[in-house]
Design a protein around this ligand. Structure first.
Ligand code: TRP
Ligand code: ZN
Length: 456
């Protein structure tokens, strides 16, 4: 009966346009994911599950040619969708499920119109062939981001918006995916990416490196960094530690420094979430920051003990558990800074309380206190001091309120419950109240949301 009615309605509606029955209309996917700090970042209408990136890079000419294969699922009936890719790279062709699709580039939006509408819920594959001379972008805070060229290759760090400078994708952090990187470079260079090194093959003066990153990853945590590097890949203390160190940088014992930090954090936060670890130590003094690129942070110089701890703590907080909006960045930086304090305490360098006291000693008139960490005010403030230091102080205030047992239970529950997912500040507040059994809005309001120096 129901069926008969549906057929009748369809027959009626389709009188003038017969093909409409076979191909439901569908609408274009949104050009952004709805993040107010970066409105064009990410895209609506589909979910990326997997990126298979085949890249060829020539450091002397700066030319990149790429083939991106993306597996995705339509989250609406989709007549058209966008990928994020800057138009300094030229797209040569796009296919959807193996059929030629039309494409148009405008700024950092690549608009793809498949030959037919994709039904909601359908799995589909996209291929994009592109090439050009990739370049970094300048962030709202003035820092460099993306494909940052160095004397011998590339320092590739993509937080918050650099991913669009070298591969097409759904580049908001809420769309995590698995990755495989197949990167060909001249034989005297190394290409380092996230995850496990699965192959290295040299042929005719060029070497291809294949990296597999199995666990879900946000675009801003992907890296393909290239240069002259000493590459090591070893099992140490139960971890697969893969490091790349620029030979012009002194970083003695770099691989061996990882397991003690990871063991310490595992004891506090729960199991290390990824199949391998390590780091990339480049010589890039022009880059003012390090980044917690997934499994394998990238450093512009040899890292101090606190920077190493900071980037490794991000593997739990930021990488495995990722915010939902850029505004919630304190969930990354406050936690990583607090982890630095924990590691310094463990080493006997400085107690957590002393680190808190030092940060808290800033006078109440200091501009520092005017910016609450959970509402930094705009993308130009993503990485400013209140996000890091007041974020860490918030965690210490929470710890003093609920006690050590409840506090570390909260951190473990946060890492466990949202493993490989996304979560926001409201979820952290709610979890803290649930685990501790305490009402905590006064504390969190004062520390996270209100300007002014909270009383202790
Ligand atoms: N997330 C990085 C860290 O603290 C910092 C970072 C990334 C950064 N991108 C940036 C700092 C841009 C300043 C500007 O580990
Ligand atoms: Zn950080």
């Amino acid at each position: 009966m129901k069926r008969l009615v549906a057929l009748t309605a369809a027959a009626f509606l389709s009188l003038p346009l017969a093909p409409a029955i076979a191909t439901p209309a569908g609408t274009p996917g949104a050009p952004g994911a709805g993040d107010p700090y970066f409105p064009g970042q990410g895209n609506g209408g589909y979910d990326a599950a997997r990126y298979d990136l085949t890249l060829d890079y020539d450091p002397s000419s700066g030319r990149l040619s790429g083939l991106a294969r993306i597996s995705a699922r339509a989250t609406q009936a989709l007549s058209r969708f966008n990928l994020d890719l800057v138009d300094t790279l030229t797209v040569r062709s796009v296919t959807v499920d193996g059929r030629r699709a039309t494409h148009a580039q405008s700024g950092s939006e690549l608009v793809v119109t498949p030959a037919r509408t994709l039904r909601r819920g359908r799995d589909f594959s996209i291929t994009v062939r592109y090439d050009g001379l990739p370049a970094h972008v300048i962030d709202p805070d003035g820092s460099m981001d993306g494909w940052i060229k160095t004397g011998d290759g590339v320092f590739n760090a993509n937080e918050p918006q650099g991913a669009m400078t070298w591969y097409p994708g759904n580049h908001h952090m809420t769309d995590k995916a698995a990755y495989r990187f197949t990167v060909t470079v001249p034989r005297d260079r190394v290409a380092v990416a996230n995850g496990d090194l699965v192959a290295k093959v040299s042929k005719g003066g060029r070497t291809t490196y294949v990296w597999n990153s199995r666990e879900p990853m946000a675009s801003y945590l992907a890296t393909v960094s290239i240069g002259r590097f000493d590459l090591t890949d070893r099992r140490i203390g139960g971890y697969r530690v893969t490091t790349a160190v620029d030979p012009t940088v002194q970083a003695p014992g770099f691989p061996e420094r990882h397991p003690p930090v990871l063991d310490f954090f595992t004891g506090l936060f729960g199991p290390y979430p990824f199949s391998s670890t390590g780091g990339i130590v480049d010589n890039a003094p022009e880059v003012g920051y390090a980044l917690e690129t997934q499994t394998r942070p990238i450093y512009p110089r040899a890292p101090s003990e606190s920077l190493l701890a900071h980037e490794l703590a991000h593997q739990w907080f930021g990488n495995s558990v990722t915010p939902t909006l850029w505004r919630d960045i304190w969930l990354n930086e406050g936690f990583a800074t607090y982890s630095e304090w924990l590691w310094a305490d463990k080493l006997g360098t400085q107690t957590v309380q002393a680190a808190f006291d030092e940060a808290y000693a800033r006078p109440a008139e200091d501009e520092f206190w005017q910016s609450p960490p959970a509402d930094p005010g705009g993308p130009e403030n993503l990485f400013h001091a209140p996000v890091y230091d007041r974020g860490a102080m918030t965690l210490h205030a929470l710890r003093l309120e609920v006690g050590d047992d409840a506090f570390f239970a909260i951190l473990r529950a946060w890492a466990g419950r949202h493993k490989y997912g996304n979560a926001d500040t409201a979820a952290f507040v709610a979890l803290s109240e649930r685990v501790s059994g305490e009402q905590l809005d006064t504390l969190f309001d004062a520390w996270l949301f209100k300007p002014g120096k909270p009383a202790m």
